[in-house]
Design a protein around this ligand. Structure first.
Ligand code: FDA
Length: 504
């Protein structure tokens, strides 16, 4: 293989090289007044803006067409500058905007490449990686009422990172992950060459970017996705139970009931401050969902008054904005990406294959948080379609036998000197209760605590990658590393948790 050239960066040469192909107004350097606002624009987590955690980029490239992306790769390789690729900026460890290591890098921010083209007859859409899922949902609802797409809850999440890392949401029990519904894609590879479709990229690379995390393999420009049928009205309920109202008993039972419900019904749970909030999506009407839940999970005491019917697109807006959406147009889904910066966050994840006992849930509900912190668990049920896709069909291996995914989320307002404690202690407590050998995690809830790459002789080592990689990708990790060797043996596209090339 041909190793990437040694990366002894020269900032001026890189920016000079870009100027041949990229208009200067699309390249922002730290001297520009727009640089800082743009850098911050899609970072949702205050943790990544503290000087101690962030190596600033050399510049931000904001491509408006494919040739600009190709130029960034070619100039980066020629002048020793690595690239961090950003679509929606929601990486839970901020890797699309920062480097933990001292490294000369530029950010390629794809937000201007956000076109969505829906083909209602074919029930497909081509969506640029820089679009948000809110923009995709909105475009589908305008062009093809009666169709939808299975992806996440927060409308500002970017297509590029979300789809290439999996993409779970409340329709995954019926239709699988976003990645399971990708039909085609285009990508700029580590040589700066545009591979226009899956034929040009080959089966292996096309497989890798459907759950293996795009950025290890290139810069994804667009995905073609299969749209899915949704009924004219869907049903939503939100019911909160305190511990006094039987929250612990309800969650204990939910663990085995939710993954076995009909595929078109998803009931997820948020556990926070000694309460459990149960939220649903049912691809049908309220009377049916109330009848099903009264039978299968009577602990919720669900009544018709708890349930609302709305169109699918109203639902995707409602679940995020709540009642505020009643007074706002659906254009709220096109939400300005430059929202005010939130609190400090830390995420972790687990997969549960055997239900936890009521005693364990009692402890979880009452686990202490620090004075300034809040701890939250989001439980997403699997089963249904998720259980019938083989582990090797895509890099995402968490399929048959998984009851639910847990996302742990600790947030605090106290600045970067506060060390998260709830999340670490509860994660230790959970170890014997969740999946094992290895303890699995969801790639899109990136967690650098589970391991980072070591770079030896200019490339990330397979052994160091295996530590975190088998937790995200199980037995698929080795295939990902072999594909990495095929498409980027010199490890140009690398970060703290990129797939390393398997060199032998
Ligand atoms: P970002 O731009 O930060 O990219 C994430 C990673 O993908 C980075 O490593 C980046 O370099 C790489 N990347 C981005 N664009 C690329 C491209 N075009 N080509 C190659 N690589 C690219 N998940 C979920 O499954 N369901 C959910 O409901 C939610 N909800 C949610 C809410 C909030 C508020 C946050 C912060 C996160 C989530 N997530 C989630 C997790 C989310 O799916 C995950 O962080 C995605 O990677 C985010 O993708 P973005 O493009 O927004 O991030």
């Amino acid at each position: 293989y041909v190793p990437a050239p040694s990366l002894a960066a020269s900032a001026g040469d890189f920016v000079g090289c870009l100027s041949t192909d990229v208009p200067s107004q699309l390249v922002l350097t730290p001297g520009s007044p727009s640089f800082k606002p743009l850098l911050v624009s899609s970072i949702r987590n205050a943790r990544f803006l503290a000087p101690a955690t962030a190596e600033p980029p050399l510049c931000i490239v904001t491509p408006t067409n494919t040739s600009h992306v190709q130029a960034a790769v070619r100039c980066g390789r020629a002048h020793g500058v690595r690239l961090r690729v950003r679509s929606g900026g929601h990486d839970t460890e901020g890797l699309s905007s920062r480097s933990q290591r001292p490294e000369v890098f530029a950010v390629v921010d794809l937000a201007k490449l956000n076109n969505v083209h829906v083909d209602p007859q074919e029930a497909t859409a081509w969506v640029n990686a820089g679009a948000t899922i809110g923009e995709l949902y909105y475009a589908i609802s305008k062009a093809a009422p009666g169709l939808g797409f299975p992806a996440g809850v927060c409308p500002t999440v970017g297509v590029g990172g979300h789809f290439s890392g999996g993409g779970q949401g409340l329709m995954m029990r019926k239709y699988g992950l976003s990645a399971d519904n990708i039909l085609d894609a285009s990508i700029v590879n580590a040589d700066g060459i545009l591979l226009q479709d899956k034929k040009a990229m080959g089966d292996d690379l096309f497989w890798a970017i459907r759950g293996g995390g795009g950025v290890s393999f290139g810069i994804v420009l667009s995905f073609k996705v299969r749209l899915v049928p949704v009924p004219p009205m869907v049903a939503f309920f939100s019911v909160t139970k305190s511990m006094d109202q039987g929250a612990v008993e309800a969650v204990t039972k939910w663990q085995t009931v939710a993954p076995a419900l009909p595929d078109d019904l998803t009931v997820r749970v948020n556990v926070q401050q000694r309460e459990a909030n149960f939220q649903s999506l049912y691809l049908g009407n309220c009377s049916a969902v109330v009848a099903t839940l009264r039978d299968r999970l009577p602990e919720l005491n669900l009544t018709r008054a708890d349930c609302r019917e709305m169109s699918w697109v109203q639902y995707v807006a409602y679940i995020y904005f709540g009642d505020a959406i009643n007074s706002s147009p659906l254009e709220a889904l096109l939400l300005n990406r430059t929202m005010t910066l939130g609190r400090f966050y830390k995420n972790k994840s687990d997969y549960v294959k055997e239900a936890l006992t009521k005693d364990a849930w009692e402890k979880i509900f009452t686990w202490p948080t620090g004075a300034a912190a809040e701890g939250q668990l989001v439980l997403e049920p699997q089963g249904g379609r998720m259980g019938s896709i083989a582990e090797g069909d895509t890099p995402f291996p968490h399929r048959a036998g998984v009851l639910y995914n847990i996302q742990y989320l600790e947030s605090w307002a106290g600045g970067n000197t506060t060390t998260p404690s709830w999340i670490n202690t509860i994660y230790d407590f959970m170890e014997p209760l969740v999946s094992k050998n290895p303890r699995a995690a969801y790639a899109n809830y990136r967690d650098l605590d589970i391991g980072v790459n070591q770079v030896v002789g200019g490339a990330s080592t397979y052994e160091s990658g295996k530590v975190w990689g088998e937790r995200y990708f199980g037995g698929n990790f080795q295939r990902l590393a072999m594909i990495k060797r095929k498409v980027d043996a010199g490890d140009y596209f690398r970060n703290e948790q990129s797939v390393p090339p398997l060199l032998s």
